[in-house]
Ligand binder design. Sequence first.
Ligand code: 2P0
Length: 331
Amino acid sequence: MKPKIMQATAVAHPNIALVKYWGKRDVERNIPAVGSLSITLDGLTTTTTVRFDPEFEHDVFLLGGCEAPKMAQRVVGCLDRMRRRAGVSMHAVVESENDFPTAAGLASSASGFAALVIAADAALGAGFDRSELADLARQASGSAARSLFGGFVELRLTPDGPYPTETRQLLEPRAWPLRILVAVTDPGPKAVGSTEGMLMTELTSPYYREWVESSPADLLEARSAVERRDFEALADVSELSCLKMHAVMLSARPGLVYWNGTTVECIRRVRELRADGVAVFFTVDAGPQVKAVCLPEVYERVERDLAVLPGVTSVVESGLGGGARVVEDRR
Ligand code: 2P0
């Protein structure tokens, strides 16, 4: 008798860190050097289907219908850890689609691995709890654990806990419905991947230690701002964390410059708006896009102002979204 179909589909959204993760405490186990605080988006989605079958001879990974060998290695690594914990040996076909540009600083690995662990867990019927799923996602990609949860999310280092990090939701999306505008300045893939960039920074930047040591205070400040829903306080600490991260990247050897000229123009415009009393702040990740985070009542104004800047190719709008979830389970 042919065994049951072991297939499930999950969706996950990218997240944007307001207090940034950059650097690894343990490269082998992919433990971040610093905690982070993020918001999960709803306007951008990764959809991933995982199908296990005892007849498959190896794993297959397709991203947007095409083979993606570099990412496939990380997908297989993640599946291997899940199979080990679940005590199964079957191979899988994984098909993943993003409705936004991949590898352009829009955290596609975060939503990708969050969707993967949720879909694989459902397909296997493994029943891992959220903490274990977050641990599996984090091992695949540090930022992926945050996309398991919706709204405002914190990833803390917990060296004495059952897992080396713990990820939890601080606020639901509805509790403080901020809006995000992603000013796309270059939709192409980034020059230096995050993992490589982090290692280079740690090995060569004279400021790396200060970056790591100053992070807990930023995290505390941001957590408190979120709990109080204090926009100005969150804006201050978010811009600080972003610029500090880019400062430490720039001070690597060779320096990591993820920005282009338009990135700088977008930052300037957001700062001018904020100085004029518009409730908006910026953040930039390992790529040239600028994310403007604002209160709902000002987003049209911010969108207009960013869209007209020369070099901005599009502005993607998003609210806050929910965590990764199963949308179809065909076991
Ligand atoms: C973040 N980034 O906190 C920071 C800000 C990019 C800049 O997390 O090596 O792809 O797979 O654990 O999760 C991107 O890093 O890195 C990232 P790995 P990941 O969002």
